[in-house]
Write a protein that binds this ligand. Structure first.
Ligand SMILES: *[C@@H]1O[C@H](CO)[C@@H](O)[C@H](O)[C@H]1NC(C)=O
Ligand SMILES: *[C@@H]1O[C@H](CO)[C@@H](O)[C@H](O)[C@H]1NC(C)=O
Ligand SMILES: *[C@@H]1O[C@H](CO)[C@@H](O)[C@H](O)[C@H]1NC(C)=O
Ligand SMILES: *[C@@H]1O[C@H](CO)[C@@H](O)[C@H](O)[C@H]1NC(C)=O
Ligand SMILES: *[C@@H]1O[C@H](CO)[C@@H](O)[C@H](O)[C@H]1NC(C)=O
Ligand SMILES: *[C@@H]1O[C@H](CO)[C@@H](O)[C@H](O)[C@H]1NC(C)=O
Ligand SMILES: *[C@@H]1O[C@H](CO)[C@@H](O)[C@H](O)[C@H]1NC(C)=O
Ligand SMILES: *[C@@H]1O[C@H](CO)[C@@H](O)[C@H](O)[C@H]1NC(C)=O
Ligand SMILES: *[C@@H]1O[C@H](CO)[C@@H](O)[C@H](O)[C@H]1NC(C)=O
Ligand SMILES: *[C@@H]1O[C@H](CO)[C@@H](O)[C@H](O)[C@H]1NC(C)=O
Length: 403
């Protein structure tokens, strides 16, 4: 067996001691910074706490500090009700490895600590208990909170926290969550309530349905959230809207589309044809004819193709769109005669102005039309009986005569 010379051992020991010492110094410094930031604006901790560089947090029993049984590691910091008024500087507290690896309890309840809960709190990975209730914490909860995998108890109640809850249900061991009396909002995430012993989100701004409670927790854990609904609250949730499965509208107004309207593609598939009720293609540069196959989109109630380059004759098939309520073909280059549109009983809105449509105007029952315009075309012959509806402005530049 090789024998190390004594001096090698000695130097190794000194180096080790040095490393240990500097780690200790660093730990003390970061704790003192942490308390300083909690104390006052000057960043100097109250000397009566005994947190200083010339003493040891465990051996000298720094106020509020609890160590492990060997008095080596700081495992708990308990500073409830000390009228602390600064900020929670998690960057000091949780960046040093020694502390971050051993600190399991942080209690800062009933002080006047303000500002946000910093994201760096997640670096104190060993935390099992985090109590910060009864302070002035505000702003959003950091998402990183849900990375505190060891957390069992979290009390953020009685602050001014707002925003949504982070994904706390992903912390498997969480059994205690108190968040009452804040301004937290959004929906309550899907906790597995079977595993929770205490839960309170009363007097916040939560909304939407309460997740399945598995028969646990009463109204007293959820009251005071005006937009929250469902069991165990008396307020019922509105029935959830049916799932969206079908395309019912295609709205592509003003997208500078050119090309043609391929109704053969659009309307030949049964699913689409049976559910598409709105087709809006206005204010593009679409050209060509309006294809006869458009009639296969039988459920159309709204067809808007104004402001394009459509040309050619309007086809008779258009009058087979029995469900049509609104038809706007204005501002195109359409020609030929109008198909038998009056046979579409429900049509209430017909715009065809500014085309080159011609022939006589078919006999609409004008009592049923709310809007009508055939101005600036090439219509001729008599205008049918208007039943006192519509003025000259619907028939501008008309070549025929009023009935
Ligand atoms: C605030 O800091 C000063 C040092 O600047 C210190 O003397 C005083 O005790 C501190 N006050 C509190 C409440 O910690
Ligand atoms: C440092 O704190 C210890 C208690 O932890 C106290 O006995 C000592 O007087 C303090 N030293 C200074 C310089 O404040
Ligand atoms: C708490 O601290 C504030 C200043 O930060 C002071 O005005 C107040 O008197 C303190 N209250 C108690 C009970 O120590
Ligand atoms: C909730 O937790 C219980 C008990 O740990 C478990 O039996 C159950 O499967 C969990 N439910 C869900 C939806 O994860
Ligand atoms: C409460 O939530 C609603 C949405 O449910 C929101 O419109 C409102 O601004 C919130 N109020 C406050 C005070 O945060
Ligand atoms: C929840 O918090 C509210 C408000 O602080 C309180 O009135 C209620 O009793 C609490 N409920 C439970 C189950 O802790
Ligand atoms: C519209 O498309 C044409 C080519 O199709 C292009 O030259 C023109 O710049 C586009 N206009 C706008 C406003 O995007
Ligand atoms: C037009 O419609 C009105 C109201 O729906 C109806 O009373 C009237 O009989 C109809 N006229 C003709 C000529 O069909
Ligand atoms: C307008 O209609 C008349 C018949 O009423 C026809 O002779 C003429 O060619 C048409 N003009 C255009 C530009 O279509
Ligand atoms: C009909 O269209 C013409 C040309 O676009 C317009 O000047 C007129 O105001 C419209 N009349 C009605 C009632 O919409």
């Amino acid at each position: 067996m090789t024998q190390f010379p004594f001096w090698v051992l000695f130097i190794s020991f000194c180096l080790l001691l040095n490393v240990t010492n500097s780690a200790e110094e660093e730990l003390k410094q970061s704790m003192i910074n942490f308390l300083g930031k909690l104390s006052n604006k000057s960043g100097q901790p109250d000397p009566s706490f005994g947190w200083n560089m010339t003493s040891d947090p465990c051996k000298n029993l720094w106020k509020g500090v609890v160590c492990d049984s060997q008095s080596i590691y700081v495992t708990r910091i308990i500073l409830d009700g000390f009228n602390l008024s600064g900020i929670l500087h998690a960057n000091s507290l949780c960046s040093g490895q020694t502390l971050a690896e051993h600190l399991s309890v942080l209690c800062l309840s009933d002080n006047n600590i303000g500002g946000e809960i910093p994201a760096e709190i997640a670096n104190c990975k060993q935390l099992t208990h985090l109590y910060i209730s009864g302070n002035q914490f505000s702003g959003d909860l950091p998402d990183s909170l849900s990375q505190l995998n060891n957390l069992k108890r979290l009390d953020i109640s009685h602050n001014q926290l707002s925003g949504n809850l982070p994904d706390l249900p992903q912390i498997a061991g969480l059994t205690y969550f108190l968040a009452q009396n804040n301004q937290l909002g959004g929906v309550i995430p899907k906790f597995n309530f079977s595993n929770l012993l205490q839960f309170n989100v009363s007097f916040n701004n939560f909304s939407g349905p309460i997740p399945n409670l598995n028969g646990r927790f009463s109204e007293s854990s959820f009251m005071g959230n005006p937009e929250l609904c469902g069991e165990p609250l008396p307020k019922k949730c509105p029935p959830s809207p049916p799932e969206s499965i079908y395309v019912t509208g295609i709205i592509l107004d003003g997208f500078n589309l050119s090309g043609i309207l391929d109704a053969n593609s659009l309307c030949s598939g049964q699913t689409l044809a049976e559910h598409l009720s709105v087709l809006c293609l206005s204010d593009n540069n679409i050209g060509g004819e309006i294809p006869a196959e458009i009639a296969n989109c039988k459920q159309l109630t709204h067809l808007y193709i104004r402001g394009n380059q459509f040309s050619g004759d309007l086809l008779d098939s258009l009058s087979q769109l029995n469900n049509l309520k609104r038809l706007d073909i204005s501002h195109n280059q359409l020609s030929g005669n109008l198909p038998a549109l009056p046979q579409i009983m429900g049509l209430t809105y017909f715009f065809a102005q500014n085309n080159q449509l011609g022939g006589v105007i078919p006999k609409f029952n004008f009592s049923n039309l709310m809007q009508f315009n055939v101005s600036f075309n090439n219509f001729s012959g008599p205008i049918p009986n208007l039943n006192g509806r519509f003025s000259e402005s619907s028939f501008l530049a008309f070549h025929g005569w009023m009935h």
